[in-house]
Design a protein around this ligand. Structure first.
Ligand code: HEC
Length: 125
């Protein structure tokens, strides 16, 4: 007789679920590819695109004092999820907080050039 088997099974299912969730999130991250990753020749163009579309809220060259909008802190804030957080936030915005959605307005090409610039100005602390 196994008195605990009835309890054990849901616990295993729950534990497995807890492991599957983060894996699913990182799989989503892996599907995103910045086509300009590591391209130093794109950095300046990306910066001027940011100046054109984003700087009235995020500061010229992303220099901006308010932390929730400081795009130099993406890696620090989000670590491995910096790229997916950036991309999702730019696509969908955060309308209640004043960040407009850019889906259908900015082509991915422009979005990734901006991201490539941002990667060149990330701060360590
Ligand atoms: C009208 C003002 C405005 C414009 C224009 C704007 N943003 Fe934002 N953005 C915000 C605000 C406000 C926040 C902070 C939202 C919050 O508090 O969560 C934000 C947040 C973000 C974040 C998340 C930052 C984080 O650390 O969580 C990203 C990424 C971002 N914006 C990218 C962009 C990009 C790229 C552009 C230009 C294409 C842009 N934004 C244009 C207002 C703006």
């Amino acid at each position: 007789m196994k008195p605990f088997s009835g309890l054990f099974t849901p616990a295993v299912v729950l534990a497995a679920g807890l492991f599957v969730l983060p894996l699913a999130a990182s799989a989503a991250d892996a599907e995103l590819v910045n086509p300009y990753a590591g391209r130093e020749d794109i950095v300046e163009e990306g910066g001027s695109l940011l100046n054109q579309y984003c700087s009235h809220c995020h500061g010229p060259w992303a220099v901006q004092g308010e932390r929730p909008r400081d795009l130099r802190r993406l890696n620090l804030r989000y670590g491995d999820y910096a790229m997916s957080t950036f991309y999702t936030t730019v696509q969908n915005g955060r309308p209640p907080k004043g960040m407009p959605p850019w889906k259908g307005i900015l082509e991915d090409d422009i979005v990734w050039k901006i991201y490539t610039f941002l990667q060149s100005v990330q701060v360590e602390d």
